[in-house]
Design a protein around this ligand. Structure first.
Ligand SMILES: [Zn+2]
Length: 61
């Protein structure tokens, strides 16, 4: 599953570039919050979709 422009960071509402799939559901993070939280959350995640590589292509929100 890919992230789209309507996916928004759960922490700040910016466009999400990372989806973390957990047992209880999924979390979305922008690049900034992924950098802050992903390291802590990733070990408990079932799957992580990381599209931060796209951040360099689109800098607008
Ligand atoms: Zn954010």
């Amino acid at each position: 599953m890919q992230l789209t422009a309507i996916d928004r960071c759960d922490a700040c509402g910016a466009r999400a570039y990372v989806r973390v799939e957990l047992e209880s559901g999924s979390l979305l993070f922008c690049g900034h919050h992924a950098n802050q939280h992903l390291e802590k959350i990733a070990p408990t995640a079932k799957n992580v979709i990381d599209e931060r590589s796209k951040l360099t292509e689109e800098s607008t929100n």
